[in-house]
Ligand binder design. Structure first.
Ligand code: PLP
Length: 431
């Protein structure tokens, strides 16, 4: 089925799969198998030599996972995708596919804590330097770029600040300097398509809105196919120099007959092969179930969040509401430029008057909202970062990341908005 002209809402249901060729099954089957019978030795040899594409071993590819990958790539406007074990694995692979010891990359400071640790500590131990740039100042990315800079990295809608990243501005700077922008779009699927704004690679923690039901960990990297890796061969040696782990394959050459997929091909056949962070076929199936209703769910998530933000704004116990739709100036301009009209995501931050004690009181008084360290569940979730996710930071560092003592993060779910509001209002009443 040609999926090129279909809308994302349709692709969520039809992309990458049309009835199982053997059984006619309409739902994507769970191919719970480790390996695949080769037709003969020539077939096997061709698969290993990448002369023919096909299934070898589930650590590297699987038909259930393949349907998920094709669907996500089509929805995002990319050329191919790699689904793997977690969002953390996706960020790791996205960068490691371009950087080796001695290299650097420039990243926005506004990151998920797990990504920050990976970049600032684990990559450092591997000899890869993360250079932190201020997302409010796109030129800071250019200033930190040198001949060893392999990519830029940012999140579309980072929490707790919820200030939308200047995707086009930084992507354009990167394209002038020959540096691709990788965007973590975890908090903004459907409402932002970073590839349309110049990003080269998009990644997700599929654990969140894509799965959408809080039952599976997974991640995905989508190759936009819009970056010429061979234009500056010295900048991307991993894609342009013979790979000793694959009989000297040069990935930009090897991918030529397959389309502009050198980046994602290498990630699969070297990083996934060697590091082994494979997604289980069962989780791929669950993520597919989530994906099928993602377009509808995101609308409801966003509509509910907008209602919550409005009520909080008018509440006497709330000092401040952090929500893109209520921002002003440049932050609001970016939210409107990069997010779908009137849809500002499902995350709402607010500061309860009275500091840490009030934030904790609010959380403890909730009856419907779950108190968990997660976002993107169908159920509404809440957390008080100062006493949990950010408790190891000094008060000063907390403030830099946007966490004030009374800050509460809400990930608004799909319940009836009146029920969500009733719970939030009663909990505020007890503060
Ligand atoms: N990126 C963002 C923006 C996240 O919020 C998270 C998890 O919270 C991750 C990446 C990591 O994803 P996972 O938990 O699936 O490994």
């Amino acid at each position: 089925m040609s999926s090129v002209k279909l809308h994302p809402e349709t692709l969520a249901l039809h992309g990458g799969y049309r009835a199982d060729p053997t059984t006619g099954a309409v739902a994507v089957p769970i191919y719970q198998t480790t390996s695949y019978q080769f037709r003969d030795t020539e077939h096997a040899a061709n698969l290993f030599a990448l002369k023919e594409l096909g299934n070898i071993y589930t650590r590297i590819m699987n038909p259930t996972t393949d349907a998920l990958e094709q669907r996500l790539a089509a929805m995002e406007g990319g050329v191919a995708a790699l689904a793997i074990a977690s969002g953390q694995a996706a960020s790791t692979f996205a960068v490691l596919n371009l950087c080796q010891a001695g290299d650097n990359f420039v990243t926005s400071t506004d990151l998920y804590g797990g990504t920050w640790n990976l970049f600032a500590n684990t990559f450092k131990q591997m000899g890869i330097e993360a250079r932190f740039a201020d997302p409010q100042d796109p030129q800071s990315f250019a200033k930190l770029t040198d001949a060893k800079t392999r990519c830029y990295y940012a999140e579309t809608l980072p929490n707790p600040k919820l200030e939308v990243f200047p995707i086009r501005e930084v992507a354009d700077i990167g394209r002038k300097l020959g540096v691709p922008l990788i965007v973590d779009n975890t908090a903004a699927p459907m409402i932002c398509r970073p590839l349309d704004h110049g990003a080269a690679i998009v990644m997700y923690s599929a654990t969140k809105y894509i799965g959408g039901h809080g039952n599976s960990i997974g991640g995905v990297i989508i190759d936009g196919g819009n970056f010429d890796w061979a234009a500056d061969k010295a900048r991307f040696p991993l894609l342009n120099e013979p790979d000793p782990s694959y009989h000297g394959a040069v990935w930009t050459e090897a991918a030529k007959s397959l389309g502009p997929i050198a980046y994602i091909l290498r990630a699969r056949v070297t990083l996934l092969r060697d590091i082994g962070a494979a997604l289980s076929p069962f989780n791929a199936f669950l993520l597919l179930q989530g994906l099928e209703t993602l377009p509808l769910r995101l609308q409801r998530h966003c509509d509910n969040a907008a209602k919550v933000a409005d009520v909080l704004k008018a509440h006497s116990k709330v000092a401040r509401v952090i929500y893109p739709g209520l921002m002003s100036g440049e932050a609001k301009r970016r939210a409107d430029a990069y997010l779908a009209k009137g849809r500002y995501g499902a995350l709402v931050g607010f500061e309860v008057k009275g500091g840490v004690a009030s934030g904790q009181k609010f959380i403890n008084a909730l009856k419907l909202l779950y108190h968990v360290a997660n976002i993107g569940d169908a159920r509404s979730l809440a957390i008080h970062p100062a006493s949990t996710t950010h408790s190891q930071l000094s008060a000063e560092d907390q403030a830099t990341t946007g966490v004030t003592p009374g800050y509460v993060r809400l990930a608004i779910g799909l319940e009836h908005p009146d029920d969500i509001l009733a719970d939030i209002t009663q909990a505020l009443g007890q503060v």
